[in-house]
Ligand binder design. Sequence first.
Ligand code: CO
Length: 204
Amino acid sequence: MDCKSIYSGSIPEHAYFFLNKSPSGGIGRHKGLKIPRLNKIMRVRIPPWVFIINNNMSILKILFYPNKILREKSKIVKKYDNILKKNILNMFDTMYKNNGIGLSAIQVNINKSIIIIDILKEKNSKLIFINPKIINKKGYIKSKESCLSIPNKNIIIKRYKYINIKANNILGKKIIFKCKNLLSICIQHEIDHINGKLIIDYNK
Ligand code: CO
């Protein structure tokens, strides 16, 4: 999602992660990033599942409408391996390079159900959702959206104001995420990509 209106300042108060319990009760630290114990409600600060691995900047090619690949349904992710992590890091590089606030893997020709989001100007609030699904929704909000795959087009779309989603994190653990407003809009936009749906479809 390429959106002109971007949150500034701190991470929205309403963004909470609920992490499911892990058999080990915690997974420790990884290269200085504190990874929180699971089974604990936490406010999003540093996303717990961003692993720092050797990352040579890779900017991927974004597919543009009317490329048919954008209409494909993304496959469920089953393997939580280094290829997946590399895919995700490359997606962030690509999204930031293109001034996006959200990106779906299919937009860079990776057929996996992965969405990444960072709505903050500071570009320090990486959110990663694998196999995301909306499980609850409430209220409506109008948004003016643009898309990295459809340059120079804005479409007004009626979205849910509040959503709860379930997804997996980069380790394959289940998470529930609650959000509203821009974050909610952005997640709905990216989940549409997973289903092969584009903003222009709302114009009909
Ligand atoms: Co888009």
